[in-house]
Write a protein that binds this ligand. Structure first.
Ligand SMILES: [Zn+2]
Length: 327
C-alpha cells in the first residue's frame, strides 16, 4: 500500500509519496522566505530519495537548488531545463520574443508601451530572482517574492520510473517539458498544473526549447492534446499542484476539454465576424472591458486558440493578420 501526504506551501500543494522503502516528493516547492524551513518541518526528517518537479515554473521547481544542495536529486522534463538553468542572455531572448508579440499584435501605441513596461519589470525581476528574493509586488499567493536559483536537474529515465511505484509521463503544453506523475496501482494522478479542480489553466507565452531562433512554443494545441491523452487513461484520484485532491477525474478532464473547445469556437466566431483581423482587434472584440487590465492573460489565450484553429486548418495567418480559412 502506498501512502501519500499533501504538504501545503501557501498556494502550492506538494505530495510526499511512500511505497515500500522508497520516498518521493512531488514538486520541489516555491522558494519564498521561510519556505524551505516550513517544508522541512512538514517532512519531519522523512527526507525523500528523489524530488520530481512536474514542470519548470518557479512555484513548482523553485526549491530545486535547495534539494540539490541537500544531496537529493531533482527530476524535471528535459524541455524545461531552460527554466532552471537559463542565462541572462536566454532571459533576454525570451524578453525579445514576448516584446515581438506585443509589437506585432496591432494594439494602439499607449497599450503597447504599457505592456512593454510591464514586461521590462517582469524580466528584471526574473533576473533578480536568480540571486535573491524579489519584491512580493501585488501577488496575493505568496508571503514574499519567489527566488529561483539555478540548478541542474536530471531527466526522467526512458521508462519514466522514479521510485515509490511512481511513473513520470511527459505531457507538454502547460510548459514544453511538463509532466504528470502516475501511481498506476493506486489510480493516482499527480497533475501539477495540467489538471486543477476549478481552473482551466490559460496558455502562457514561452520560448520553444527546440528552436535555435527562440521561436514561440505553441502551447495550447499541445496542452489540449495532453488532456486528450489523460482522457484515454483511467484514474480514481487527482492530486493537483494547487488546491485539494479530488475524485471526479474523468469529469474534470472532460470539462477542461469542453471549456477549451467552446472558447476555440468563440474565437472562430469572432474571426468570422471581423474577417482578416489583428490579434489585438480580435481580443478587443471578444473581451472589450477586460482587455486593458488583463492584457497578459487575454492576448496569449486568444493567440493559443488561433494556434489551435490554424493547426485544424480552420484559420490562416497572413503576416500579423488572422482570418477564417476561405474568407
Ligand atoms: Zn505552472
Amino acid at each position: 500500500m502506498a501512502k501519500v501526504e499533501p504538504i501545503r506551501l501557501h498556494y502550492n500543494t506538494l505530495y510526499l509519496v511512500e511505497d515500500g522503502n522508497e520516498r518521493v516528493l512531488i514538486d520541489a516547492g516555491p522558494d519564498y522566505v521561510g519556505a524551505w524551513t516550513e517544508l522541512q518541518a512538514a517532512l519531519r526528517g522523512r527526507t525523500p530519495d528523489r524530488v520530481v518537479a512536474t514542470h519548470g515554473h518557479h512555484d513548482h521547481a523553485g526549491l530545486g537548488a535547495r534539494w540539490q544542495a541537500a544531496g537529493v536529486p531533482v527530476t524535471l522534463g528535459r524541455a524545461d531545463w531552460r527554466y532552471t538553468a537559463e542565462s541572462d542572455e536566454e532571459i533576454d531572448a525570451e524578453h525579445t520574443l514576448l516584446a515581438g508579440v506585443v509589437e506585432a499584435c496591432g494594439a494602439p501605441e499607449a497599450v503597447v508601451s504599457d505592456a512593454l513596461a510591464g514586461l521590462d519589470r517582469r524580466m528584471s525581476s526574473h533576473k533578480l530572482a536568480r540571486k535573491s528574493y524579489p519584491p512580493a509586488g501585488n501577488h496575493p499567493h505568496w508571503p514574499t517574492g519567489l527566488m529561483y536559483q539555478r540548478y541542474e536537474p536530471s531527466a526522467p529515465s526512458e521508462d519514466g520510473l522514479v521510485g515509490a511505484g511512481l511513473r513520470v509521463e511527459l505531457l507538454p503544453g502547460h510548459t514544453p517539458g511538463n509532466c504528470v506523475v502516475v501511481h498506476a496501482a493506486e489510480g493516482w494522478l499527480f497533475s501539477g498544473d495540467q489538471l486543477l479542480p476549478d481552473i482551466t489553466p490559460t496558455p502562457g507565452l514561452q520560448v520553444d526549447p527546440d528552436s535555435p531562433t527562440h521561436a514561440r512554443f505553441r502551447s495550447l494545441p499541445a496542452f489540449r492534446a495532453s488532456l486528450a491523452t489523460l482522457r484515454s487513461e483511467s484514474f480514481s484520484r487527482c492530486l493537483p499542484g494547487h488546491g485539494e485532491p479530488f475524485d471526479t477525474v474523468a469529469e474534470t478532464i472532460e470539462a477542461n476539454i469542453a471549456a477549451i473547445d467552446s472558447r476555440t469556437e468563440r474565437v472562430l466566431e469572432g474571426l468570422s465576424v471581423a474577417g482578416a483581423t489583428s490579434l489585438y482587434a480580435l481580443c478587443e472584440q471578444l473581451y472589450p472591458r477586460a482587455l486593458r487590465r488583463r492584457f497578459w492573460q487575454i492576448v496569449p489565450t486568444v493567440l493559443g486558440h488561433l494556434d489551435v484553429l490554424v493547426d485544424e486548418g480552420r484559420a490562416v495567418q497572413n503576416g500579423d493578420l488572422w482570418a477564417p480559412t476561405g474568407q
